[in-house]
Design a protein around this ligand. Structure first.
Ligand SMILES: Cc1cc2nc3c(=O)[nH]c(=O)nc-3n(C[C@H](O)[C@H](O)[C@H](O)COP(=O)(O)OP(=O)(O)OC[C@H]3O[C@@H](n4cnc5c(N)ncnc54)[C@H](O)[C@@H]3O)c2cc1C
Length: 453
């Protein structure tokens, strides 16, 4: 494995993943994919041992949708883990290295692909500028450091581009003679602002708290969330679309949180002790490269995760889609050998299925916000939005509808789940329980809120 970053042996922020300062929800579908990819490790147990929280969305979440608060059900379903992104990454990396003796990590910057339009044979790499001239160079089958400063060639039986949002996969493929890669960008202009707080005393079991943006109001969406993370901390992320971006000034950060459609997040952090400055991110557009649709695809190469498609992080899908893509690769390799004809193309297409599901969720909603660039709502988007709104309203008072909705938004199943008779009948019938007038707090949570808020 090649990475341009020095990978730390601790859960720490690193330069190559600037987004790790922000809240990262791992959807149950992504967690299950990681567990299937690493059957000899116990990632869930390791995360919990390192201080992560296990939460069932059905009972351990306070969420305000544009159509009211979700109820909390007795069912313990759609279980996930919350922690910081550096902790998640560190635990997964340790599990990969600890259970696969043949994985080595080398520090180098990949600069291109080697091979032809028919088959990728390796990559070109450069040592990282700050690694020092005597830093060990990645040793592949024939990796060597050329004397004249040109990039070194590294042979590979198979290459996976997992270099994230900043990938150069399109020019790299063009250099091999693969042209005509279609791409689409839909940008809501979302900005994220995140600050970490010490969990107020007594609030260690506080639920995951989400104030969702409203795509139907005709105004820029604003959102807020409190994600409980390891070491008794809350990661608080505020989001605002173009024209309503959250501030990086600490006082204005609190005011923004208090002015959300519910002041709950603001009330909870008003007296909490901040542990960091406010970090902002604008890397939030939905960007897709239709690699699965290219006429000719080289053998022995796939692009997964953000290298294939990125999504508005508001929907919390990117890491899960990356894990599901890796699972598609692992399953294809387990089914046939490296020489199976068309294997790489098959994997790229299989990975595109979870990309498509996440893309539909994100883009069909994002196009409804004013100021979105790169997309206008089609008739199909309006129909999807109308159905999804009806189902969400129903889900606030129906576990059947909530469960169907979460199955899809957490990437445990594809969107077809929402078209099953149970979901359609629930949506048609509407919520069997009346809307809640406020967040569904337990007596203990109410007491905590009045003590700290
Ligand atoms: C503000 C924000 C919040 C987010 N919140 C969520 C969330 O709640 N839930 C969720 O699932 N997703 C979230 N995401 C998306 C998530 O961060 C990405 O989808 C996920 O990290 C993609 O994983 P990846 O492995 O494809 O790329 P990355 O995690 O970005 O990793 C890319 C790696 O490639 C290395 N690299 C890059 N270029 C080179 C090169 N040329 N040579 C060698 N190495 C290279 C980098 O150092 C890095 O290690 C969020 C994103 C943002 C911006």
């Amino acid at each position: 494995m090649l990475d341009r970053d020095e990978l730390p042996d601790a859960p720490e922020h690193r330069r190559g993943v600037p987004q790790d300062r922000h809240a990262h929800l791992l959807m149950p579908g992504g967690l299950e994919a990681i567990e299937r990819l690493l059957p000899r490790a116990d990632v869930r147990k390791d995360l919990l041992a390192a201080g992560a929280r296990e939460l069932a969305l059905s009972s351990g979440m306070l969420a305000l949708t544009p159509d009211g608060w979700f109820r909390r059900w007795r069912h313990h379903s759609h279980v996930t883990i919350t922690c910081s992104r550096p902790l998640l990454e560190w635990v997964v990396r340790r599990a990969v290295l600890g259970t696969n003796a043949n994985v080595e990590v080398h520090r180098a910057r990949v600069t291109g692909l080697r091979g032809s339009a028919r088959r990728v044979l390796g990559v070109t790499v450069e040592p990282c500028a700050d690694a020092g001239s005597d830093a060990p160079f990645p040793a592949g089958h024939c990796g060597h450091r050329p004397a004249d400063g040109r990039p070194a060639a590294l042979d590979a039986d198979w290459v996976v581009d997992a270099s994230g949002r900043g990938t150069r996969v399109v020019p790299w493929l063009e250099a091999l003679g693969i042209h005509g890669i279609a791409a689409k960008d839909v940008d809501s202009g979302l900005a994220n602002a995140t600050r970490v707080y010490r969990t107020p005393s007594g609030a260690q079991e506080w639920p995951l708290t989400l104030i969702q943006p409203d795509p139907y109001s005709g105004r820029p969406g604003r959102s807020g969330m409190i994600v409980p993370i390891e070491n008794d901390r809350w990661m608080v992320s505020l989001g605002g679309m173009r024209g309503s971006e959250p501030p990086s000034d600490p006082d204005a950060f609190l005011e923004y949180a208090l002015a959300l459609p519910s002041p709950l997040v603001g009330r909870l952090i008003a007296a909490a002790e901040p542990l960091t400055e406010v970090f902002t991110s604008h890397s939030t557009s939905n960007s897709r490269r239709y690699l699965d649709k290219v006429r000719h695809w080289p053998d022995r190469f796939v692009a997964l995760g953000d290298a294939a498609a990125t999504f508005n992080p508001l929907y919390g899908q990117g890491m899960s889609v990356a894990a599901l893509g890796a699972l598609a690769l692992a399953e294809a390799l387990a089914d046939g050998g490296l020489d199976t004809p068309g294997l790489a193309r098959g994997v790229q297409r299989a990975a595109a299925r979870s990309v498509e599901a996440a893309w539909t969720t994100a883009v069909s909603t994002d196009v409804l916000y004013p100021g979105v660039e790169g997309g206008t709502p089609t008739a199909a988007d309006r129909l999807t939005a109308a159905y999804s709104r009806r189902l969400t309203r129903t889900a606030t008072g129906s576990y059947v509808a909530a469960s169907a909705l979460w199955d899809v938004t957490t990437l445990r199943t594809g969107p077809a789940r929402l078209m099953r008779p149970g979901a359609i009948l629930a949506a048609l019938a509407g919520p069997p329980l009346p809307p809640l007038s406020g967040p569904p707090l337990t007596d203990r949570e109410r007491a905590i809120l009045s003590a700290i808020g």
